[in-house]
Design a protein around this ligand. Structure first.
Ligand SMILES: Cc1ncc(COP(=O)(O)O)c(C=O)c1O
Length: 366
């Protein structure tokens, strides 16, 4: 049996006609930039995120970049974030000229440890960027409390966590801004790149709108240096087709997780910890295991897809050498990077496939 980490063709088969019709509608209209599809998606993403405003973006990365630029974060500023994330989180901080400051993670949740944030604050700190990793939100109450105390912005990197909740509040709605990615592997994935920023701050919303279009308002008059951060209407059209299915797909992922949790209970395989404060959307189901690299080879041989998210924490990346971090500085992130492994969790998995995945993993430790 072959079980890929993700099977986008299986999902596409269920909605192919709708997607083709929606894309064709955009092409027939020849509204190729902005337009009604982008506006409708923005309205709907704001609604499902319990936010007043949403601004489309060309990717999750550009959603973060636009947020940083619209908050006037740049050279001389520091942004506190997690070392255990996808590169884009930290790459954007560096690209605006600010300094990423890392604090270690809570090894249970994989998310930034709020207890370590306050001691990392300096006079230069402008923002905290928690990442809601693998579908579960970071512990937001203490983060918001610290941000309030020091007057810092909070940029939620919710790229992997659209519609997940923390104490009943939606990812992206708790901080100053929330950033989503519509990368095809996300729970709500486009047919290419896409993203969105959500906020409840009207002034910031207006700035985000201006900044996504080269900082121009009115056209050809540039008060700011922005970028081309626009969401493609073809992506918006495809995402509007997929949006009504999102909750059903996320629930199927949660059911798959229940299945794995039972299979791995009492074994050497550590299953993901989900805080009672959170409802996760399981963008990834990441186990922690000993002899991880041996297991990866075993799974490959047996036709089971898996991926290491993420093998090298950000503070040890070559491009951030100048920041001066060294091995051992953030031990929980470093240990996690050696043990973590994402296994197939996508909604279309059958019981037979899940059995095969779990059985193949456990057979490695016999
Ligand atoms: C945590 C995190 N942040 C940011 C991004 C960037 O999103 P995108 O790939 O849409 O640019 C991703 C997605 O890959 C992500 O997982």
């Amino acid at each position: 049996m072959q079980v890929p980490l993700l099977d986008l063709k299986a999902q596409y088969a269920t909605i192919k006609k709708e997607i083709l019709a929606a894309i064709s509608e955009v092409l027939e209209s020849q509204v190729c930039i902005g337009g009604p599809k982008v506006a409708e998606l923005e309205k709907k993403i704001a609604q499902i995120s319990d936010c007043k405003f949403a601004v489309g973006a060309s990717s999750g990365t550009d959603a973060i970049l636009n947020s940083l630029m619209s908050l006037d974060i740049g050279a001389g500023d520091e942004v506190i974030t997690t070392p255990f994330t996808f590169f884009a989180t930290v790459g954007c901080i560096a690209r605006v000229g600010a300094k990423p400051v890392f604090v270690d993670i809570d090894p249970k949740t994989f998310n930034i440890d709020p207890a370590l944030i306050e001691s990392a604050i300096t006079k230069k700190t402008k923002a905290i960027m928690p990442v809601h990793l693998f579908g579960q939100t970071a512990e937001m109450d203490p983060i918001m409390e610290i941000a309030g105390k020091y007057n810092l912005a909070v940029i939620e990197d919710a790229a992997q966590s659209i519609t997940s909740t923390y104490k009943g509040r939606k990812a992206g709605s708790i901080g100053t801004v929330g950033c989503f990615s519509f990368f095809p592997s996300k729970n709500l994935g486009g047919v290419g790149d896409g993203g969105m920023v959500v906020t409840n701050d009207e002034k910031l919303y207006k700035r985000l709108v201006i900044m996504r279009n080269h900082g121009s308002e009115p056209k050809y008059y540039h008060k700011y240096v922005g970028g081309n951060f626009r969401l493609d209407p073809i992506q918006a059209a495809a995402l509007l087709v997929k949006l009504p299915y999102l909750d059903k797909w996320s629930e199927a992922r949660r059911q798959n997780a229940v299945y794995y949790d039972k299979k791995f209970a009492g074994t050497i395989v550590k299953t993901p910890y989900i805080s009672p404060d959170c409802i996760t959307i399981y963008n990834q189901y990441c186990i922690r295991v000993p002899e991880r690299d041996g297991l990866v080879a075993h799974l490959k041989e047996k036709g089971v897809g898996c991926e290491i998210y993420y093998p090298v924490p950000m503070h040890l990346q070559e491009c951030f050498k100048h920041l001066g971090y060294k091995q051992g500085d953030l031990p929980e992130a470093e240990k996690t990077a050696k043990e973590v492994l994402a296994i197939p969790i996508y909604p279309e998995l059958t019981d037979e496939m899940k059995d095969y995945v779990a059985g193949t993993i456990l057979s490695f430790y016999k």
